[in-house]
Each structure stands twice: as structure tokens, then as C-alpha cells.
Design a binder for this molecule. Structure first.
Ligand SMILES: Cc1cc2nc3c(=O)[nH]c(=O)nc-3n(C[C@H](O)[C@H](O)[C@H](O)COP(=O)(O)OP(=O)(O)OC[C@H]3O[C@@H](n4cnc5c(N)ncnc54)[C@H](O)[C@@H]3O)c2cc1C
Length: 424
């Protein structure tokens, strides 16, 4: 029987994970063609930070080598960017003019770094932080230059700052917020984190806005000017001030997009032949920027591509972790708390430990941990499952999993005997 044709745009984490799931469910359903703009096999993008910090090499983070694609009969077109989707003809067109016809199309184009619209943002030495090419450019800059500025005090910015410091650069992080990771941590945890990173030699300019990047006279960035007119030297500038889902291709093809490409609970777009997964997709108004939700999407999308059709994606509860060796932090859910919620906090300044749990209606709705994150998986499970924790209320702060195990087992439910009895 002639196979259906599946074309995938994007050889990244979400696209390839969907293929892995699909190949498990229906290995022979499709002839698969995969376009990847990067000239590499699929790699673990989240491990770019350990590569930058000198803890791992690129080869260590490759997820699927070229043999894997060959073994599964996937036609891999590397270094090819898809530039158009022709929906009436059901074909995609790549930048070299080549085409591929599809019966089903999966868009998994990820995101691009947001480039601040300031003068000088196109100077040599100004980079985003998204792929191995950016990572190598930073490693190269660290060999030849001294002053790095990272714009953005979020997860990516701090990992970039840590890596560049480890490579001997003098690093300043410029952040518009009042504290670091202000979307992932509360102020107390953010300030503890800042202290730990300052102890490693990273400098911070909080509540600071970048006005311009200045030319060193030879076409390379040489300094950064703040909105208040002050300047700091910068011969490498890393923009880590957010991401923008890559939706252009889909939007140009007439697919409805918000922040991402709009998908339903099956990851299908408004065109029933076209699916979208990963950072480029917007599900119930959310375009996720972390790997865990994308893997959940991949499982559901594969189920539908495999024509099984019974799986739904309801959305994800996400959590935060920073990959800077020696710094443990975690947050999930509504960790800021507020009206209608109760907050339990523990602070041990000597040990550098901070814990904050937010409870509403006897359920854990948020957690923010710094310094000791041993119980993070347990807290995340409670937030996801919305379990009633009234019986554990006094022991939530310390080893709650042990406390849970000590609780008496719930009474077994006795089913009523509904069998018909014969009268004697
Ligand atoms: C440095 C770094 C650290 C991170 N750390 C973490 C972390 O600790 N935890 C976490 O959960 N997440 C982390 N993330 C985020 C995580 O990597 C992403 O959420 C994930 O990679 C998104 O997967 P994706 O497939 O949607 O996009 P990507 O992995 O970016 O894949 C998209 C691919 O599509 C290609 N592409 C785009 N347009 C086209 C086109 N038109 N034609 C062909 N190919 C195209 C791109 O080149 C890219 O290879 C990190 C990201 C970075 C950059």
C-alpha cells in the first residue's frame, strides 16, 4: 500500500520528539521528509549552557545522530530553510527552490531571540542565544575579547552570563526588572540568587534600560549606553530578553496565529492536514518556552498523526530550574501568592536556604525554593494534581514525602454487594 507523506519543518526538540513518538506508534504509516535550517542533527538545546560553560561538548548533546534518521527511512534535508507552504498544492518550498509534497504537515519551527529595537543592534558582536552557532560565537568572542554584557536577567541570560564568566570574560547583566528571574522567583529568592552570582564575579545592573549599542569604530560593538546616559564597555552583547515564536511561515500560509500558531487540544491548526508543536504553537493562549510541555504536546500530536485519535493535550503546569552548577532553585505554579491564599515561608540565611509554599483551599498552588530543592518533584506533583493536603499541613516544609508515607493508608472502599440473593 502506498504510504502517506509526512513533512516536518524544524529538526529541533519538539519536531523530532513527535517523530520518535510517532515511529513507536505507527512505524510504517508515513514516508517522512524533515527540513532543518541548522546544519546539524537534532541536539539537546537545553544543554547549550553546559557547552558554553565548558562542561560538555557538542557531541555530548546530540540526541539523534545521522544513522538514526537513516535507520528510520527519514529523508533529512539539513541546512534547508522552508520559505513557503503552498496549502492548495500541499507542498512546502525550501530556500534552495526544492519542494516536498505532504498529506500531513508538522510545523515545529521553535522561536527566535527577541532583538531589542535599539540603535546598534546589528553591530558585529551582538548575538542572540538560541543555537550551537550562537554558543560557538560566544566561545570565540571569549577568546578574543574581555567585556561581555548580557541583556536580560532571566534563565537564559543568567546561564549565558555564567558560561561567559567561566570562560574568563568580565560580565555584566543588564536587567529591566527589580530582581533576577522576576518571572520565576519572588524578590527574596531573586536576591539570594544575585548574591550567589555576584560571589562568582558577575556584575548586575537592575532596573536599567538599554538605549543604544555603540560602535567601537571598526563596526564592532564597543559599549552599551543606558537610558540615563551612562555607558559601560561591551565588546560582546548577548540579547536574552525573551523569545518570539517563529510563526511567519504559518501566518503567510493563512493559518491563524496569535503569539504562536493556534492549535487545538490535538495540536491541529485550522487546516486539518497541518499540526504544530513546540515553541511555535499557541495552545489555549499559551506559547510555552520550556521543554516539558513540548514533550507532552509531542505525545498527543503523534497519537493523532498515527490516526489513533484518542489523546488530548490539556495544557501544562511548568516549573523552573537554573542550570548553573552549584545553584539550586525551583519554582512552580502561583508562587507569588496573594488574596485568598496563605503563605508558609522558611528562611535560613546561614545555610542560604529559602522556602515558600503558597496554599489555597488546603491545596498547594505554588512553590519557590532556593538552596535546597530536594522536595521539588513532590511539590510539583501536588500542584499538578491539586491534592487536598490538610492532613499534612504542619509537615509540608520538611520532607513532606516522608510525612505522607507515615499517614495511615486510606480506608479501602467497600463496594456494596449488588448481587441478587436467592431466598431460601
Ligand atoms: C540556551 C538554552 C537553554 C535552555 N534551557 C532550558 C531548560 O533548562 N529547560 C527547558 O525546559 N527549556 C530550556 N530551553 C528551551 C528549550 O530548548 C526549548 O523550549 C525547545 O528547544 C523548543 O523546542 P522546539 O522544537 O519548539 O524549538 P527548537 O528546539 O528551537 O527547534 C526548532 C528548529 O526549527 C528550525 N527551523 C525554524 N524555522 C525553520 C524553517 N523555516 N525551515 C526549517 N527549519 C526551521 C530551527 O533552526 C530549529 O532547529 C533552553 C533554550 C536555550 C536556547
Amino acid at each position: 500500500m502506498k504510504k502517506l507523506r509526512l513533512v516536518v519543518i524544524g529538526n529541533g526538540m519538539a519536531g523530532v520528539r513527535t517523530l520518535e513518538e510517532l515511529l513507536r506508534l505507527a512505524p510504517d504509516l508515513y514516508d517522512i521528509t524533515l527540513f532543518g535550517a541548522e546544519p546539524h542533527p537534532n541536539y539537546n538545546r537545553i544543554l547549550l549552557s553546559p557547552v558554553l560553560a565548558g562542561e560538555q561538548d557538542f557531541d555530548d548533546i546530540v540526541l539523534n545522530d545521522l544513522d538514526w534518521y537513516a535507520a528510520h527511512g527519514i529523508e533529512l534535508r539539513l541546512g534547508r530553510t522552508v520559505v513557503a507552504i503552498d496549502r492548495p498544492r500541499r507542498r512546502v518550498i525550501a530556500d534552495d527552490g526544492s519542494e516536498a509534497a505532504y498529506d500531513r504537515l508538522l510545523i515545529a519551527t521553535g522561536s527566535s531571540p527577541f532583538v531589542l529595537p535599539v540603535p546598534g543592534n546589528d553591530l558585529q558582536g551582538v548575538l542572540g542565544y538560541r543555537d550551537i552557532a550562537d554558543t560557538r560565537a560566544m566561545m570565540e568572542a571569549a577568546r578574543a575579547h574581555r567585556h561581555a554584557v548580557v541583556i536580560g536577567g532571566g534563565l537564559l541570560g543568567l546561564e549565558a552570563a555564567n558560561g561567559l564568566t567561566r570562560r574568563g570574560m568580565d560580565v555584566t547583566v543588564v536587567h529591566i526588572g527589580d530582581w533576577l528571574l522576576d518571572r520565576q522567583l519572588d524578590r527574596t529568592a531573586g536576591e539570594l540568587l544575585r548574591g550567589a552570582l555576584e560571589a562568582r564575579g558577575i556584575r548586575f545592573r537592575l532596573r536599567s534600560q538599554t538605549a543604544a549599542l555603540l560602535d567601537d569604530g571598526a563596526g564592532r560593538v564597543g559599549a552599551l549606553r543606558f537610558a540615563d546616559g551612562r555607558e559601560i564597555p561591551a565588546d560582546l552583547v548577548v540579547m536574552a530578553a525573551g523569545i518570539r515564536p517563529n510563526v511567519r511561515l504559518a501566518a503567510d500560509a493563512g493559518l491563524p496565529c496569535g503569539r504562536g500558531i493556534l492549535v487545538d487540544d490535538t495540536l491541529q491548526t485550522f487546516d486539518p492536514r497541518i499540526y504544530a508543536v513546540g515553541e511555535c504553537a499557541s495552545h489555549r493562549g499559551i506559547a510555552y518556552g520550556l521543554v516539558a510541555p513540548l514533550f507532552e504536546q509531542a505525545r498527543v500530536c503523534a497519537n493523532h498523526l498515527a490516526m489513533l485519535g484518542f489523546s488530548r493535550y490539556p495544557g501544562s503546569v511548568t516549573s523552573t530550574k537554573l542550570k548553573v552548577t552549584g545553584i539550586d532553585l525551583f519554582s512552580a505554579g502561583d508562587f507569588m501568592g496573594g488574596e485568598g491564599s496563605e503563605t508558609l515561608t522558611l528562611r535560613d540565611p546561614v545555610a542560604g536556604i529559602y522556602r515558600k509554599l503558597v496554599i489555597r483551599d488546603d491545596r498547594l498552588v505554588g512553590a519557590c525554593l532556593y538552596g535546597d530543592t530536594r522536595d521539588s518533584a513532590w511539590y510539583l506533583r501536588q500542584i499538578r494534581e491539586r491534592r487536598d493536603l490538610a492532613a499534612l499541613r504542619d509537615r509540608l516544609m520538611f520532607d513532606p514525602a516522608d510525612a505522607e508515607a507515615e499517614l495511615p493508608a486510606p480506608c479501602p472502599v467497600v463496594e456494596p454487594d449488588l448481587s441478587i440473593r436467592q431466598c431460601a
